[in-house]
Design a binder for this molecule. Sequence first.
Ligand SMILES: [Zn+2]
Length: 185
Amino acid sequence: MNNFKFRRHLLFTIFFVINFNLAWSQNDFTLIDKTVKFGMRHAENRKINAVIVHSTFNNAGGEKYDIELVIKQFSHYKVCSHYIIGRDGNVYYLVNEKNVAIHAGKSQLPNGKRNINANSIGIELLTSFDEAPTKEQIKSLTFLVNDIKNRFNIEYVLRHSDIAPDRKTDPWNMDWEAFLKGIDP
Ligand SMILES: [Zn+2]
C-alpha cells in the first residue's frame, strides 16, 4: 500500500471509528468493510433526510445469501446501497454515508421530491421472495436506523415499495409496522 492510499485508508477508518465505535461495540454484530467503487458517486456536504429499506439476494446462481455474490450482482447492474445486513445480523458497509449510493431508481418521496439517491441512505436486507428477515436482521436494522436518526435530521424511514409502488415490492415479507415500533420518534 503506498503512502497516499494508506493515509486515505487511515482517514476512512478514523471516520468509522468516531461514528460507530462507542455505540456499536455494545452490540453483538460486526460492522464489516466491503467498500466499493461502483454504484456510487462522491459527494460533499450532501443533506441526508431519508432512509430507504430494501431486500436483495443473489439470483445469478450459487448461494443466494453469499455476500460476495450479492456484491458481484450489484457491480453488474452498477447499483449499490450504503449497507447490506446479512442473515446473521452482521452489517456490511459498501458506501460511505457522505457519498451517494445508487439504490432508489425512479422513485418519489411523499413530499414529491425525486432523485432520492442524493439525499438518502440505502439499507439492504438479505431476504428472498419466500423468506422473512431474521430476528438478527431486524435487530441490526433497528439499531442502524436509530443510529442514523441520531446523526442526521431524518424525515422519512421508508420501504423501497413506498417510494416506487408501481415498480418495487421490497423489502419482502417484512412486518414493517412491528419494525417501526422500535424506531425512535
Ligand atoms: Zn429495493
